[in-house]
Design a protein around this ligand. Structure first.
Ligand code: ADP
Ligand code: ADP
Ligand code: ZN
Length: 218
C-alpha cells in the first residue's frame, strides 16, 4: 500500500509498479471518479464530499474496494493507492482481506513537504480515458492536452483547485497521517523521501519493498 498526502506521487508510482510487476493498482480515487462519471447512485452521493475535499463515507468506499479486490486479476496481489485513508478504514480492510487469509505485506509512506505538494497538484493533468498522470512542468505530455499513451483528453481535476487542496491537506494531516503510526506499530511500514524525479523515487520504493516484488516476466 502506498500512503501519502495528495500530490505525493502515489498514483504515479503505483502505475510504474503495476507495469513493472503486472499486478493491478487499486486506487480508491479512480474508482470513485469512475462512479461519479457513470452517475451511479454511489457516485452522485460521493461527489458532494469529493468536491469539498472531504473524505467520502466509509461504507461507500469500502463497497467499491471490496468489489475491486474480489475481481480475478487481484488474486495475484494488488497495489493499494489512496486507500485506506483512516485507521477505521485500515481496520475494515484487515477484516475484509483477513477473511480470505490475506494481509498487507508492506506499507510505504511517501514523504513530500507541503509547498512541493501544492506545486505538483496545481500542475497535475489527468487523462480522461486511461487516468494516466501528467504535470504541465514536471511531466508534460508530448502534445499539450493529449495523453501520450492513449490519445485521450487531459483535464484538470476540479478538486485540484487551491481552496479544495488546502482542505484535503488538512484532512490528510488529521485523519490519514495517523496511519503512519498505526502501520509502524504493526511493523510493516517503510518511509521514503518523495522528492526528486519519478525514477529516483521509484528506486527508493523498490528498495523499501526489498525483493517483495519481482519484475514481470516478458
Ligand atoms: P489524491 O491522489 O490527490 O490523494 P484521490 O484521487 O486519492 O486524491 O482522492 C480524491 C478524493 O476522493 C478525496 O479527496 C476524497 O474525497 C475521495 N477519496 C479517495 N479515496 C478515499 C478513501 N479511501 N476514503 C474516503 N474518500 C476517498
Ligand atoms: P497522488 O496520487 O499522490 O495524489 P500523483 O501521482 O497524481 O500524486 O502526482 C501529483 C502530480 O505530481 C502529477 O501531476 C504528477 O505528474 C506529478 N509528479 C508525480 N511524481 C513526481 C515527481 N517525482 N516529481 C515531480 N512531479 C511529480
Ligand atoms: Zn490516456
Amino acid at each position: 500500500m502506498l500512503l501519502g498526502p495528495p500530490g505525493a506521487g502515489k498514483g504515479t508510482q503505483a502505475r510504474i509498479l503495476r507495469d513493472r510487476c503486472g499486478i493491478p493498482q487499486i486506487a480508491s480515487g479512480d474508482l470513485l471518479r469512475a462512479a461519479v462519471m457513470e452517475k451511479t447512485a454511489l457516485g452522485v452521493e460521493a461527489s458532494s464530499y469529493m468536491d469539498r475535499g472531504q473524505l467520502v463515507p466509509d461504507d461507500l468506499v469500502l463497497r467499491l474496494i471490496a468489489e475491486r479486490i474480489a475481481r480475478e486479476d487481484a488474486r495475484v496481489g494488488f497495489i493499494l493507492d489512496g486507500f485506506p485513508r483512516s485507521v477505521k478504514q485500515a481496520e475494515a480492510l484487515a477484516l475484509m482481506i483477513g477473511a480470505q487469509g490475506v494481509a498487507l505485506d508492506k506499507v510505504v509512506a511517501v514523504n513530500v513537504p507541503d509547498e512541493e505538494l501544492v506545486k505538483r497538484i496545481s500542475g497535475r493533468r489527468t487523462c480522461a480515458k486511461c487516468q494516466a498522470m501528467y504535470h504541465v512542468v514536471f511531466e508534460p505530455p508530448r502534445v499539450a492536452g493529449v495523453c501520450d499513451k492513449c490519445g485521450g483528453e487531459l483535464y484538470q481535476r476540479e478538486d485540484d483547485a487551491e481552496e479544495t487542496v488546502r482542505e484535503r491537506l488538512k484532512v490528510y494531516a488529521e485523519t490519514t497521517r495517523p496511519l503512519i503510526e498505526h502501520y509502524g506499530r504493526i511493523g510493516i511500514l517503510s518511509q521514503i523521501d518523495g522528492l526528486g524525479t519519478p525514477d529516483e523515487v521509484e528506486r527508493r520504493l523498490l528498495g523499501a519493498l526489498d525483493g517483495l516484488v519481482r519484475a514481470k516476466r516478458a
